[in-house]
Design a protein around this ligand. Sequence first.
Ligand code: BES
Ligand code: MN
Ligand code: ZN
Length: 503
Amino acid sequence: MANSTELPNRPRPHLKVSRNANGADVVIAGLVEGSQGPLIQGLAPRVVKEAEERFGATLAEVAVRAGGKTKLGSTVVLPWSGNSLVLVGCGAEGGDDENLRKAVGAGARTAASLAHETSLKVAVDMGITSPQQVRIAAEGALLGCYKVPAITANPDTLEVSTVTIVSNARGAKPELEKARILADAVYTARDWVDAPANVLYPKTFAASARSWCKDLEDVTVDVLDEKDLVRSGFGGILAVGGGSAHSPRLVRVEYAPRGATTTLALVGKGITFDSGGLNIKTADGMYTMKSDMGGAAAVLAAVGAVARLGLNVRVIAYGCMAENMPSGSAWRPSDVVTIYGGKTVENGNSDAEGRIVMADGLARACEDEPDYLVDISTLTGACMVALGNHTAGVMTSSAQAADTLLDASEAAGEDFWELPVRDEFREQLHSDIADVKSTGAREGGAILAAAFLQNFVTPGTEWAHLDIAGPAFNEGKPHDYTPIQGTGFGVRTLVQLAANLAD
Ligand code: BES
Ligand code: MN
Ligand code: ZN
């Protein structure tokens, strides 16, 4: 396993839409807070009536007695004509799309946990009437039944083999296909983040990205290895990767459908393990650092989804891949590094490695002259301190660039919050020996990193800088459709952004 070049390709649940839940092992329905108390959402009236005759009470009453609540995402399991009924809290009546996605996700997670050695067929019967709702429910269901791929002597079976969305909506098939493609991309990003750093390192990550994009129409993949990086002057990625036995890579994936008039460039941080380098981290701080490539995972997964969806927009994704290790060949604090394009950086702290590889990526991406540029990374602990674990930071070149990003993230159901980049931060990055220094004071650390990266973005470019240090990796309990470990955060926003920019 340790030296395999490709990650295991795990099967995904099969997805369909149907008018009824016949044949399902587990049915998921909702429990909403109506004006008179809890109400069942979904399930055919005939079916509810049958159950009520059997239980001798309304189904909502039975659910509440069994511990069911209308609180969003809480679940209770009832026996259901030989199988199981999962009732999931949906909050108040008339919730929004993200409410539905979360509720279905929580239900699917509970349903998946009922599997014992055999795979289950799961139906979502929540009163879904429009094609749009079919897509949202399917996204929630697929995202919710994801399981961390264990590396084990006893490979486990798929917990959920089939997800059926129960609906009479006409024209739901294309929406279902969109959900399948999007969820597949989120699964892929999660798989990459979950893979430990002895399995996923720059070479294997690049190979796996290549295989994810294999045979896609209008897609070209370029992998720059160490020699290529030296030849082209990617001094940032080389410096950060120099301390590791695993050499760095820059992966460029371009999707260029004929006729597209808009170019979106995406740059992702792909530190496959961040030990801190010579500014070594504490044991606790290092433990989760296999996840420090979540940004590269998001951009590479997203470009694959955009190509599969066939969106009419040119998307170019860069994965800046390196392992940050301490060794005799490691880059040192006070080293001066030459970034792609020639600007020099004084290394203030070898644990501030993300911004160095991202500087190379951004400088290269600007050569593509994108109409919109996004970078995404697990960049600063400071962003987690500011916004917590569920919200990403966004810093942009203009108010318009912020609106563009926030419109996409809202539609996608991922939470971002804008942080202001004021002039005081730019002034802090003075170096006596190089064009710019990589670090400054502790205060406003997330913003300082954005101010640093702005040096490598061509002025006038519409640019959004995303710091996903908090939401990329779930160290706590699973919730809604979010599993433990890699969350795939960012994929949905980037795909939605591409859709919004497409002709
Ligand atoms: N990868 C870390 C940021 C991080 C920390 C992400 C915890 C997720 C969870 C990044 O490379 C880092 O170490 N940043 C330093 C920067 C500092 C040295 C200026 C930090 O945040 O402490
Ligand atoms: Mn670091
Ligand atoms: Zn890092």
